[in-house]
Design a protein around this ligand. Sequence first.
Ligand code: SF4
Length: 280
Amino acid sequence: MYLQDRSPYMENSGSSNDRNSGKTEYQLTLIDALKKEIEIARRLDPEKLAAEIKKTGFSCQNCGKCCKRAFGDNRVVLTPQEIEKIQKYTDLSKLEVAGPLIPDISCPEEAGEGEEDRVAENSSIMPEIDEKKTSEPFRTPELLKEDIDPDGNIHAYGWMLRRKKNGDCVFLEKDTNRCRIYPVRPMLCSTYPFYIEGLKLYTCECEGLGVHISAEESRKLAGSLLSRYVSELEDTLAMYEKYEDFERTEKGHEIAKNNLEKGTCIYIVHDSRGITKIID
Ligand code: SF4
């Protein structure tokens, strides 16, 4: 799956704080660039995009590979609105649906891929929830060093769908590759394998590419893709505007390391609505 880098922090950005906004020059530049991109994105021609999609061709083969970690980075980034939609549909809590968006460092082999699932599939929409299976197991403070504050909290820039211990999406039905939340699945899933970046159309690796798609389906996909593109940019912009930077210290790193050794991670998740502190 395609994920934009959402961190508003860049090491050695060499920027001083702007006194009026409390933001670094680098952050202000990001905000400015995003505003411009949103303006242009809103004017993109859906007909031209539909023609490109039609030329590329696509039909879902129901292989389920895009939902499985074994076939690549399958993280699905979620906006707060998408989380609420899934919660409403499933009756699950926010933290059962989503966790902090962190780098894809889980390793399917070490995570015990192939283990038998122990959770009964007693509902058509319930995910395979199990505390141990759904938390992201292989986290290391080394990789997240620049995201740790002096209190040892790990900062994450957005949310992603929960995954099972083997890395597969919790909403993927194991034997049928059916999506349990299909009517409310995230925009990233409904527009896969296409994505727009820097105003250009790209595709991820997918068995369904190159297969005939009707003009009507291409138009529908183009509409969804454009609205996903604009929503994601707007969501990132709102998050950047609310973001307040923090210090990075050795002490904070040590605290996070100790927490992790005890099996706890304290996250501060930044999103378009502000921050949420969670223990995961
Ligand atoms: S939400 Fe559905 S389509 Fe998206 S990754 Fe999960 S199972 Fe696949």
